[in-house]
Design a protein around this ligand. Structure first.
Ligand code: ADP
Ligand code: MG
Length: 349
């Protein structure tokens, strides 16, 4: 028998690997949204759709305990899951917490981790209802599965963006990636570091957009603006352009870019973990979106447009295409250093 060529996982990449798995899955009745969106949706009751999402944080990949305190780690573990429910316009409800814990960790660590996580759960009216616990021989692994709900017809998927529609983003971009860089260089506080260690999920904003029916497609920015906009355009069968000079930057981020004397937007275009919402809407909804976000007290910026030709392009202030930085984060890339950790991913050579 001929031996199959042994392909390595990094040849497929993270998304190729997910496609390999999802390609073997048969469609399930009563699951209108399956693999490929921020959360899966299933038929619930009384006109409601159930939403479920799962995100894992792995020591040495997503966080480094030398600069990540347990309280904020607990908050972030839940925040990244809340962000995926927010990206569907859902209401978060219950979650399961699974932990693989190295025995050397202290009880105090677990106490702080838990109070951070449950404090954030209270802020969003979400309850811990179960999970699983085991020992880990390597690092700490935190996996949360969060359930939410929303009225049928209100959820906002990654697909649905139409050519000519405007692209909007909440808050500012690049802060988390810059925060990680600053942590690596030995800084310990500041706005960007706090955005990296303790991100705020945009649950209220996602919900408000769903209730107002203003957005056609939505995703949260976990991998980076260009990569996540790429997910919207792929799922919608379209393309997009963004104006680099319209990317919203915080004062701290802008000052940093200036102090380096470069106009390098790569952290804002390609850096992950800002957990802002990226959404599309017909241009006629522009004013209504402005009023909605003014009421919420959250900045929102129109940064580009959906096109019928595939691909995501970055335009200069003069409207000329400019080379984009390497987009987004891939867990299995051999070249990219993990943007989420100070350590190289352990299976890379
Ligand atoms: P997000 O960044 O929003 O958390 P991901 O990029 O992690 O989304 O995942 C993309 C999609 O693939 C999601 O729908 C997720 O549920 C699904 N997915 C990821 N890993 C697996 C897996 N091992 N098996 C099945 N589905 C997966
Ligand atoms: Mg997401």
């Amino acid at each position: 028998m001929q031996r199959k060529t042994c392909r390595h996982i990094h040849e497929l990449g993270e998304f190729g690997l997910i496609s390999l798995i999802s390609g073997k899955v048969r469609p399930t009745p009563a699951v209108p949204v399956s693999i490929g969106d921020d959360a899966a949706a299933f038929q619930w009751q009384n006109g409601y759709i159930g939403l479920t999402t799962s995100d894992m944080l792995v020591e040495g990949v997503h966080f480094d305990l030398s600069f990540c305190d347990p309280f904020r780690l607990g908050r972030k573990s839940l925040a990244v899951n809340l962000s995926d429910i927010a990206a569907m316009g859902g209401i978060p409800r219950w979650f399961l917490l699974s932990l693989a814990i190295p025995a050397k960790l202290s009880v105090g660590f677990v106490e702080l981790f838990t109070s951070g996580m449950l404090g954030l759960a209270d802020e969003y009216g979400t309850a811990l209802v179960g999970g699983d616990t085991c020992a880990s021989k390597e690092g700490l692994v935190i996996s949360i599965t969060l359930y939410g709900e929303q009225q049928e017809g209100r959820i906002i998927r990654r697909r649905g963006a139409l050519p000519g529609e405007a692209v909007f983003v909440t808050g500012t971009l690049g802060d988390s990636a810059l925060g990680l860089e600053l942590l690596r260089k030995g800084s310990t506080d500041g706005r960007c570091i706090s955005r990296h260690l303790d991100p705020s999920p945009r649950v209220r904003e996602g919900l408000a957009l769903a209730e107002a029916g203003l957005a056609t497609a939505m995703i949260d920015i976990s991998d980076g603006l260009l990569s996540d906009l790429g997910h919207i355009t792929e799922m919608s069968g379209s393309g997009a352009f963004v104006h680099q000079d319209r990317i919203p930057l915080s004062r701290e981020f802008a000052a940093h870019v200036e102090s380096l004397r470069n106009s390098d937007y790569s952290l804002a275009l390609g850096g992950g973990e800002d957990y802002e919402l990226l959404f599309t809407a017909p241009a006629r909804n522009r004013d209504a979106i402005g009023s909605l976000f003014a009421e919420l007290g959250t900045p929102v910026t129109e940064i580009g447009e959906i096109t019928s030709t595939p691909g995501v392009h970055v335009l200069s202030a003069e409207g000329k295409p400019i080379p984009a930085p390497k987009a987004g984060f891939d867990h299995f890339s051999t070249t990219a250093r993990d943007t989420r950790s100070s350590l190289p991913v352990h299976w890379e050579e």
